[in-house]
Write a protein that binds this ligand. Structure first.
Ligand code: AP5
Length: 192
């Protein structure tokens, strides 16, 4: 199994690159943001609880997202590997992921972090907000809140993977194809 984490702030291109990477490498894409938005669209109790946090730019409680990931891993027992997008976002989520993967005799092979300036991130998200229907993209104060949450709660998770020498940064600005090529070059090396 080859398991990858795509790391980076809101708007850094994790979702965009994940779609291309899962196609190229045959991995299962696990995006906690997409899973939560599906729950909201289906008006489930979990979705309704999550919406309150997401609309404010806050993180959904750890136990909710860890439970979702646990279910997804169980649903894809024959997967060649997983691409985690937007997860883990807290130290508790990173520890839980290690344990869940260990139960399956596997682990994270690499964490690739997309680096983009805050100015470019705000521009991308406000632009997407015009058409995406995502309520957390239309209000700049909610976007700024998501960045603050990223700096305070998610960035420290990098340390967890740096200790294991699994963390690598990739320039996340430029064309989607060029960034995809940079990511692919690193993944190809890791897969050898
Ligand atoms: P989530 O859905 O994960 O959103 P996010 O991290 O805020 O990331 P985005 O989807 O906004 O950005 P992205 O990096 O995927 O970039 P994208 O490719 O879309 O989370 C939303 C909320 O859910 C959280 O705030 C939280 O409440 C909750 N949540 C989710 N996971 C959670 C967890 N694990 N724990 C707790 N709560 C959780 O690109 C962005 C835009 O830029 C697009 O319009 C795209 O077309 C454009 N773009 C992409 N690449 C380029 C490029 N190279 N040049 C120009 N434009 C580009």
């Amino acid at each position: 199994m080859f398991n990858l984490i795509l790391f980076g702030p809101p708007g850094s291109g994790k979702g965009t690159q994940s779609e291309k990477l899962v196609e190229k490498y045959g991995l299962v894409h696990l995006s906690t943001g997409n899973l939560l938005r599906e729950e909201i669209a289906n008006k489930t109790p979990l979705g309704m609880e999550a919406k309150n946090f997401m609309d404010k730019g806050q993180l959904v409680p750890d136990e909710v997202v860890i439970g979702m990931i646990d279910n997804c891993l169980d649903h894809h027992k024959d997967a060649k590997g997983f691409l985690f997008d937007g997860f883990p976002r807290t130290a508790a989520q990173a520890e839980a992921l290690d344990k869940l993967l260990l139960l399956k005799n596997t682990s994270i092979a690499a964490v690739l972090a997309l680096e983009v300036t805050e100015e470019e991130l705000v521009k991308r998200l406000l632009n997407r907000g015009k058409t995406s229907g995502r309520s957390d993209d239309t209000d700049e104060s909610v976007i700024r809140k998501r960045f603050a949450v990223y700096i305070n709660e998610t960035e420290p998770v990098a340390g967890h993977y740096k200790k294991e020498k699994k963390f690598q940064t990739i320039k996340g600005e430029g064309s989607v194809d060029d960034i995809f090529d940079s990511l692919s070059a690193v993944i190809d090396k890791k897969m050898k």
